[in-house]
Write a protein that binds this ligand. Sequence first.
Ligand SMILES: [Mg+2]
Length: 165
Amino acid sequence: MPTLFAKKITDVSYNMLKEVEARAILIDVDNTLSMHGSNEPFEGVAEWINYIKSLDIKPIIVSNNSNRRVKLFAEKLNVLYVSDAKKPLKSGFRKACNLLNLDENHCAVIGDQLFTDILGANLIGMKSILIEPIDKNEPYLIRLKRLFEKPIYFIFKYKYYNYES
Ligand SMILES: [Mg+2]
């Protein structure tokens, strides 16, 4: 289970970041910052990253995708990154904390996949914010995982139905 849920990353508010006690946020790329295969961040993402920085919260990208793809977003958004992170294993998240010189319990995870981003956060003991996936043209293996995510989404949405209000 994630700590919090947001429809998209740009909906993640100051209050939510306060609730997950984040001094740094470890952000996924595909379906969180951008569509699978697209080289452009979603609308408003660059502004949102600047907003996060202005709150003195450090954004860092942690993605299982290749160095080539992840570096592109890191450069566009002017943030540090860890590629080939092997989420849900702890190593990528740990590497990100080391890069930021921050303790693991001051970091929170934002991502769209329960079995990589959120499970990984739980394994290392970080709080997490789950983003609703909007890209329906995902690779086969991810679509398969989504089937197993569905019941959890259902429970979570029910539980937090009134969170935003
Ligand atoms: Mg993703």
